[in-house]
Structures are given as C-alpha cells and as structure tokens.
Design a protein. Structure first.
Length: 292
C-alpha cells in the first residue's frame, strides 16, 4: 500500500474516532466537566508516552511557550466541557452540527486577525450556517434544553476557533502530540478544583469507558491525525475532517439509537456543506498565494 493510501486510511480512522468521541457524552453518566477532566488525565499520560517513544522532547523551546501552552490549555478545557455539555442537553448530531460552525467562524474572524479584506463569499457562508443552525432550533428560548444545547455548542465552536487561531500563530512549531500533551495537562490542573464526583464512587464499567475515551478516542486519533498530515495535502486533511459530524451522527444512530429528524438532516447538510466549501476555498487561496 502506498503512503498516500496509508495516510488517507489513517486520516479517515482518526476523523471517525474524533466523531465517536461525542458518544461518550451519553455513555458516561458524569457531568461534562468530570468527563473532560478524567479524559484529560488519561490522554495526557498516553500522549506523554507517545512523545517519548517517538523521541520528541517534552520540554518546550522557550519560556514564553509555557505561558502560551497554559492559555491554549484553558481554551481547550473550556471547549471540551461545552462540547460534551451541548450533546448532553440536545443530541450527538445536533451538538456536533452546532460545533461544526467553527470552520466558517474561522474564515470570518481570521481576516480581522490578519488584517485582510473579508470576502463576500465568506459572508454568504456565514448566513447559510446561521440558516442551517436555525433549522435545528425547536423554539427561541434557552429554557428549552435543545436550544440551550445548540447555544453551548456554538460557544464551544467559538472557543475552538480562538484556540486554533492562537495555536497557528504562536504554537505551530510543536507536533500535535506535544501540543495536546501540554493542553491536556493544563486542562487537568485548571478543571480539578471544580470536579464534582468522588473517584471511589465511579463504577468499574465507567472507568473502562473513561480509559477508552482517553486512549482510543483522544490520544490515538491525535497521533493518527499528525501522521496523516505528513503524508497528505492540507486540503485533503481539511475536507476529510468535515466528515466528522456525519461520522458522529451515524455512530449515534447505530449505537445510541438516536433519531435524525428531517430538519436536523437539512440543517446539518447546510452547515457541513458550507464548511466543506470554505475549507476548499481556504486551501485554494493558500495555493494561489504560494504560486504567486
């Protein structure tokens, strides 16, 4: 099997596992904060081993990078808590669709950060995403759990967008495993004071689910994703990543028996199709800049 096929298999498997992460919001009977904290304990331990086995350094290049890692870790921890909370309030499919507004948020916010001109196509994409999300909302009241879940999912997307833009600008010199080790470790320290569950009250089957989430659905996909990035173009990685809500919704349908309402399918299709379009446009624009 050639390297590109290997990379594509690794990438699809990583995105499938990222999508499967959402299932644990329903499978683990703990709060979103407790799930995130325990997930990060497991993930940080495994990622430290991966970094050491791959002969990378656990130390950072400069003192200021530790402060950047702390900031990124806080953003990631808040993103993960809101990500799980969104799905606990609504459904896996709706939570993932709300979260996947982040690619369009990125293209709308990045011009402000880089001081470049906002394109009309990006504004239209933003409007289409708003229409897609509005189709998911059962009523315009945060008293409704589904509506509140969508709002929290969008907040998760905002936090993830901020983390990605800051990571790209200040922390891109480090591998995915190194970055996620530090961010997971910071999340453990940051969230620990708010932990609400007593460890000795957690049942054995729940511990197995937490370990599965931390190892197979957090550390493993990050390692696979990093490996795929070395073998495939950024465009391919970006486009395949947009399949995450589809994989997540299908897994929730198969494993959790979650129904997909027609409005959810239509709204989700609008959001994901727009994310696909923006990802493709972004990489095409980058290619033009490189050849200019």
């Amino acid at each position: 099997m050639d390297s590109k096929k290997t990379g594509l298999l690794e990438l699809h498997f990583a995105v499938l596992l990222f999508g499967g992460t959402a299932l644990f919001s329903k499978l683990i009977p703990l709060s979103a904060l407790d799930i995130t904290l325990l997930r990060c304990v497991v993930a940080a331990s495994v990622l430290a081993l991966i970094v050491k086995i791959s002969k990378q350094s656990l130390s950072l290049n400069a003192s200021k990078d530790y402060f950047i890692a702390i900031g990124l870790g806080i953003l990631v921890s808040l993103h993960w808590v809101t990500y799980f909370a969104s799905m606990q309030l609504s459904s896996v499919a709706i939570g993932m669709i709300a979260f996947f507004t982040y690619p369009v948020m990125t293209v709308l916010v990045e011009p402000i950060v880089t001081k470049t001109k906002l394109k009309l196509a990006d504004v239209i994409s933003g409007v289409l995403v708003l229409i897609g999300v509005s189709l998911l909302i059962p009523e315009a009241s945060l008293g409704n759990d589904v509506t509140l879940g969508i709002a929290i999912g969008i907040l998760s997307a905002v936090l993830f967008t901020a983390r990605n833009l800051l990571h790209k600008r200040y922390f891109s010199a480090y591998s995915g495993q190194q970055a996620m080790f530090y961010q997971s470790s910071v999340a453990v320290v940051f969230l620990a004071p708010w932990m609400s569950v007593e460890l000795n009250t957690i049942e054995q089957n729940v511990w197995w689910l937490i370990i599965l989430l931390g190892v197979v659905f957090t550390a493993a996909p990050h390692a696979l994703f990093t490996s795929a990035l070395r073998l495939l173009s950024a465009k391919t990685v970006g486009l395949v990543s947009c399949l995450q809500p589809f994989y997540g919704a299908m897994l929730a349908w198969l494993i959790l028996n979650e129904d997909l309402a027609l409005q959810t399918v239509i709204g989700g299709t609008l959001v994901v199709a727009t994310a696909l379009f923006e990802t493709q446009q972004s990489h095409r624009s980058n290619s033009v800049k490189k050849t200019a």
